[in-house]
Design a protein around this ligand. Structure first.
Ligand code: BTN
Length: 268
């Protein structure tokens, strides 16, 4: 079945986001990566809460150097620039902010999704969105952080089984009907606006934690070097790291070069 895509014309997008306090908005019909464009803008004069949006990405990036697929007319790819100097929270919490915003957007559609720590959003055990946080530093000072968010929305947006690192799906599959991408965009940005002032708080951490997939279940963390640690998920650390009960006691893992697999399967 053919699905009509929502137009990303500047007036349409601006009208959809009118009520939100954005610092600026750049819209591309096709771009390499919205994160790259946002980082470049942030090195210049981008104001806080500026957003880069693209209909298609030709060189979208995921964590750990993976590719992220954003075909034209089917998905959402956006990057939000946050300024705030020394008051910026650790990037682990910003990863949580992006993931929680996607969860709340899904919820507003009636899709119950969960977060595969640290940055994947799952529905029915399949990945439907991911976040990539990157930062610009001036020595020890954080000049800006960029939260990149990619969401598989319409059929044809998710990579085929076997083509992705983790089995993928899209929100249309979850909901059983077509979805207006701009509604999802507005819901994601509204959630970021609402949670951002609270991102340092215990309430934010508790809310993020309440959406974690695999709580109380056994998972395997795979380090970049290939070493693996298996344990039961206990919850989140203050910096957004994961707390696990392993065979030798409680372990913590920071948001970084770590991947999580459900069960004790060590396949990367
Ligand atoms: C992941 O799951 O590994 C993270 C995926 C993040 C993809 C988004 S799409 C918008 C932004 N631009 C990029 O190049 N990457 C992020």
């Amino acid at each position: 079945m053919e699905h009509r895509s929502v137009d990303f014309k500047e007036e349409t997008v601006k009208a959809a986001l009118r009520a939100l306090p954005l610092g600026g908005l750049r819209i591309f019909s096709s771009i390499g990566s919205t994160n790259d464009a946002a980082l470049e803008w942030a090195r210049g004069d981008a104001a806080d809460m500026s957003v880069v949006l693209a209909d298609e990405q030709t060189a979208g990036r995921g964590r750990a150097g993976r590719q992220w697929h954003t075909p034209a007319g089917k998905a959402l790819a956006l990057s939000v620039i946050l300024r705030g100097g020394d008051s910026q929270p650790p990037s682990g919490r910003l990863t949580g902010l992006g993931a929680l915003a996607v969860i709340e957007a899904c919820d507003s559609l009636g899709v119950q999704a969960s977060i595969k720590w640290p940055n994947d959003v799952l529905w029915a055990g399949r990945k439907t969105a991911g976040t990539l946080v990157e930062a610009i530093w001036s020595g020890e000072r954080l000049r800006a952080a960029v939260i990149g968010i990619g969401i598989n929305i319409l059929r044809g947006s998710a990579p085929a089984l076997g083509a992705a690192f983790y089995p993928a799906t899209c929100l249309e599959e979850a909901l059983g009907k077509s979805i207006n991408r701009l509604e999802v965009l507005r819901a994601v940005l509204s959630s970021i606006v609402a949670w951002r002032p609270l991102v340092h708080t215990p309430r934010f951490l508790r809310t993020w934690e309440s959406h974690l997939a695999f709580m109380g279940e056994e998972v395997t963390l795979i380090l970049d070097g290939g070493a693996a640690v298996t344990g039961e998920v206990l919850g989140l650390e203050q910096d957004g790291g994961l707390r696990l009960k392993g065979p030798t006691g409680v372990l913590t893992a920071s948001v970084g070069e770590i991947h999580l697999q459900p069960g004790n399967d060590r396949i990367r």
